[in-house]
Design a protein around this ligand. Structure first.
Ligand SMILES: [Zn+2]
Length: 166
């Protein structure tokens, strides 16, 4: 039945959840459907349209700005699955400052890379190689972890993710 994007009462994206769980929020009147995904959910005597996007009726306070967990999938999603040195298809994660030389496993020190660049770079600093970064890596916004969790973004989610892109 797919997945649904859950928005706060303020339309801020909160998470992606299985459509079945989204339907439960609607049945309990905790959330309203903003976009349907076209399917119907049958529960006992009621039929509920399966939501693609839904919004909580009451605001929930999110203590910190959501931090995106660092994972291979999330790095690939942030970097568009392209090597950040040469733009070929990425296959590896490269630590810009090698871990063997004290580099952190952190968003600003990891990039997606192809096997070739990863091999060229090995355990050297960037300035010791001929490689150049196409963009400086930064911790990504909600859009990326949503893509990393969901695999692909439903087109109906786009307007809500764009609002938090920066
Ligand atoms: Zn490369």
């Amino acid at each position: 039945m797919g997945r649904a994007l859950l928005l706060n009462a303020t339309f801020e994206p909160l998470c992606v959840l299985p459509a079945r769980r989204a339907v439960v929020l609607v049945l309990k009147d905790k959330a309203e459907i903003i976009h349907r995904n076209g399917a119907d959910f049958h529960a006992e005597s009621v039929v509920i349209p399966a939501p693609a996007v839904l919004r909580l009726r009451h605001y929930v306070h999110v203590p910190h700005r959501t931090r995106v967990p660092l994972s291979r999938r999330a790095v690939f999603a942030r970097d568009g699955h392209r090597c950040q040195y040469c733009d070929r298809a990425a296959e590896n994660i490269d630590h810009i400052v090698p871990r063997s030389r004290g580099g952190d496993h952190a968003w600003d020190n990891v990039v997606a890379s192809c096997r070739r660049c990863n091999t060229v770079k090995r355990d050297r600093y960037l300035h010791e190689t001929s490689l150049e970064l196409r963009t400086a890596p930064v911790a990504p916004r909600a859009r990326v972890w949503i893509a990393a969790v969901a695999g692909s973004l439903d087109p109906s989610w786009e307007p809500y993710l764009r609002a938090v892109a920066s």
